[in-house]
Design a protein around this ligand. Structure first.
Ligand code: NAG
Ligand code: NAG
Length: 477
């Protein structure tokens, strides 16, 4: 027999035999790759392609495909989806959503893992050009994966979606705060529609279908933001602990109470923080690490397992040394202030006022021109002061969750005024504010200090006004 012929023959019989195994191995590999969301360079293996299948028979659809079929039929009837749409299903592990799209006549449809989409614009992983898809879908079966890097995924969806294209997401959110955080992640989009949807086998009590439309090429909210306090936020503020409006008679003994009080109703204890971009803690007047970052924020503040970036503002250089070893804390060597300028800072190292424990704290005083070229005059140290509102606006957005503690020794009233006027107050999700007032003296019944020229009643009014204006502020003592 001609050996060449024989080889051809064996190939003919060999391939049909191994083909099922090849398919099986391919499917297992594809599933494994998609699950791991590898950042590998084998980019196209992430895609669950159905293009080359012989036209599937949809008469016996599985439950999940049937569920998606109804979803897409409805979207098609409403005009969000066209037969000609180029469609992408995100975190399409089973491919059921892709199959359902084809079954409603949208043939140009593919699926991808969320991790692969997130990496789809990095280095060798360039999978999709900008403005590639007319329709993107993120189904409920996989929404849990949002919690890992939601803002990065949202950015890639914004990048790959066509202007005028639609994004449809199924999410289950517990509260309106979380829902709004989620919508804000899609900086390129505006909300088209949102509705409760009927759930078949995906058991959950409130599943929303959110339809967003990409209305601009670039993120519309960078650099500017509107400062409107929505109704849901005002409602949350009503659930904070009541303000103490009457001056406590023993106010001289109140130092540190705010940190330890069990009665604080933290905002982060009331809402789900999953859909925030970054998690920030800004400590104004941080002194040593354990003063409030270590003793209170790290230990007591409810963080929902999120990793917070910590910024410590401290103007007194004597505290700086220990911050060089505190990982994850960025020292801001400034006095937080209403504008950039040089100030003289009073640092009273003598514990003269023991009853009030004010020794070692600093107070801001304006620079006197005669002291321009000195770093230290009498009891005054020269420090750089930073325009806090400007820094907040340049550094953070309303998509971030920002917590601030403000203990700036009397400068807080001017500071709050500046934050409100600049709109930067809207960037602060939760504020712990110490308002300094003249307290009763321990020694002498009925007598008060004469340091701040501010009464308790004035402070109480400031807190009440802030809450009324939509700021989740707590009294910090
Ligand atoms: C694609 O979009 C990204 C993000 O919007 C942008 O930074 C990038 O320059 C765009 N690339 C091209 C080729 O337009
Ligand atoms: C204030 O100073 C900071 C830090 O040096 C700088 O980045 C910022 O641009 C200044 N802001 C203004 C309004 O000048």
């Amino acid at each position: 027999m001609n050996p060449f012929r024989r080889r051809l023959n064996s190939r003919k019989t060999f391939f049909p035999q191994v083909l099922p195994y090849c398919i099986l191995i391919f499917v297992i590999l594809a599933v494994a790759l998609i699950r791991d969301g590898l950042n590998s360079t084998k980019t196209n293996s992430h895609l669950s392609e159905f293009e080359n299948q012989a036209s599937p028979d949809f008469t016996h659809l599985t439950g999940a495909v049937h569920y998606y079929y109804e979803v897409f039929q409805r979207l098609k009837a409403e005009g969000y989806l066209l037969p000609s749409s180029k469609a992408l299903c995100v975190e399409s592990i089973s491919g059921h959503d892709v199959m359902a799209l084809k079954s409603v006549g949208v043939n140009d449809a593919i699926g991808i893992s969320e991790a692969a989409l997130r990496a789809s614009d990095q280095g060798l992983n360039h999978l999709f050009d900008n403005n590639t898809f007319d329709f993107e879908f993120f189904g409920y079966s996989s929404w849990f994966d949002w919690s890992v890097h939601p803002s990065e995924t949202a950015a890639q969806i914004c990048r790959t979606l066509n202007v005028g294209g639609y994004l449809v997401v199924h999410i289950s959110v517990k509260d309106v705060y979380t829902y709004n955080s989620f919508i804000k992640l899609f900086t390129c989009c505006s909300l088209e529609a949102s509705r409760d949807i009927k759930v078949h086998e995906f058991a959950t009590d409130s599943l929303h279908e959110v339809i967003l439309k990409k209305d601009n090429e670039y993120s519309s909210h960078t650099g500017s933001y509107e400062c409107k306090v929505p109704m849901y936020r005002r409602k949350l503020i009503k659930n904070l602990e009541p303000l103490v409006m009457e001056e406590p008679v023993d106010s001289w003994s109140w130092d540190g109470l705010g940190k330890n009080a069990n009665g604080i109703q933290y905002l982060s204890g009331m809402v789900d923080l999953s859909f925030k971009q970054r998690y920030i803690y800004v400590d104004l007047g941080s002194r040593n690490y354990d003063s409030s970052i270590g003793s209170w924020f790290e230990k007591q503040y409810p963080k929902q397992n999120k990793k917070f970036e910590i910024y410590a503002f401290e103007a007194d250089k004597s505290f700086y040394k220990e911050y060089t070893s505190e990982k994850g804390v960025t020292l801001m060597p400034y006095a937080a202030w209403v504008r950039n300028e040089t100030l003289f800072f009073e640092i009273d190292r003598e514990p003269t006022d023991v009853g009030l424990q004010w020794g070692q704290m600093g107070r801001i005083q304006p620079e006197q021109s005669s002291n321009e070229h000195k770093d230290y005059v009498d009891n005054l140290y020269k420090v750089e002061a930073l325009d806090l509102a400007d820094w907040l606006i340049r550094s953070f957005s309303q998509r971030d969750f920002l917590v601030m503690k403000m203990d700036i020794e009397g400068a807080e009233v001017n500071m709050v005024k500046r934050l409100v006027e600049s709109g930067a107050i809207c960037l602060i999700d939760e504020l712990f504010l110490e308002c300094h007032y003249d307290r009763f003296l321990k020694c002498c019944s009925g007598e008060k200090t004469n340091r701040h020229k501010r009464t308790y009643a004035q402070c109480a009014k400031l807190f009440a006004k802030l809450r009324e204006d939509g700021c989740a502020v707590h009294q910090w003592w």
